[in-house]
Design a protein around this ligand. Structure first.
Ligand code: ZN
Length: 242
């Protein structure tokens, strides 16, 4: 039974190493999440900015069309002024010219303001475009690094798992079943040491009778509290000396 317990300890060590490597490989891609989130946020901002610019450009076009229209009616008013034959016509035409000029002037002033805004928005957009390109490049680099690491870890896990079958073949079916049951419940920490009278799985003191039985290593014993398989390392060492 000493030999069986030793094999179980070995199997448990192997399983937990494989589990550690596998879960590290699973955790790695999540490291990229904050960067991807930043890129998403920036992209949403960029879409908003592009829409604002498109709106401004549309407004500029309609304003320019209005100015053209008013300039042509201003020309019409000037013709009327030249053709006026009495004071009444002359006054009406001058008032019209005055109004059209003011209106064109106001529209042109508004247009200049929007040109200013547009210039700033386009510069902002260019900056954010550059930022996002940089972030995306970084994300690709990170992803490539992560992929290399994950592949390396998977290789490690495969190498470690390679000897498992051979090891399992040496373990009695009933012992193995017991291990599998405990492992199902406790993951990869199914076999734990008993040190100074306590179970290292749950750190609770074992009854002296059980602790003494473990020293003999004649049976597979479980901790009454956490139900993990417990063993005493010094009992295994004795087996080594034989
Ligand atoms: Zn325990």
């Amino acid at each position: 039974m000493q030999q069986q317990i030793r094999l179980l300890v070995e199997l448990s060590k192997l399983d937990s190493e494989v589990h550690e490597v596998t879960s590290e490989a699973e955790r790695l891609p999540a490291k990229l999440a904050p960067l991807l989130k930043d890129i998403d946020k920036l992209e949403a901002l960029l879409t908003m900015q592009r829409n604002q610019i498109a709106e401004n450009e549309l407004w500029v076009k309609s304003q320019e069309a209005s100015i053209k229209e008013e300039q042509s009616s201003l020309a019409g008013a000037k013709t009327k002024l030249q053709a006026s034959r009495n004071g009444k016509d002359y006054n009406a035409a001058s008032r019209e010219i005055e109004n059209k000029r003011r209106s064109v002037g106001e529209r042109e002033a508004e247009l200049l303001k929007v040109f200013d805004t547009l210039e700033k928005r386009r510069a902002d957009l260019a900056t954010h475009d550059a930022e996002i390109a940089e972030l995306k490049e970084q994300a690709q680099k990170d992803l490539a690094e992560i992929q290399v690491k994950v592949e390396e870890l998977q290789k490690q896990a495969n190498e470690k798992s390679a000897g498992r079958e051979e090891l399992v073949a040496k373990i009695d079916k009933s012992v193995l079943n017991r291990y599998d049951r405990v492992r199902k419940k406790h993951g990869n920490k199914a076999v734990v040491e008993a040190l100074d009278g306590a179970c290292m799985g749950c750190h609770v003191a074992l009854l002296p009778q059980l602790y003494n039985e473990l020293a003999r290593a004649e049976s597979i014993e479980c901790c009454p509290r956490c139900k993990r398989i417990v063993f005493r390392p010094e009992a295994m060492a004795l087996a080594n000396d034989e």
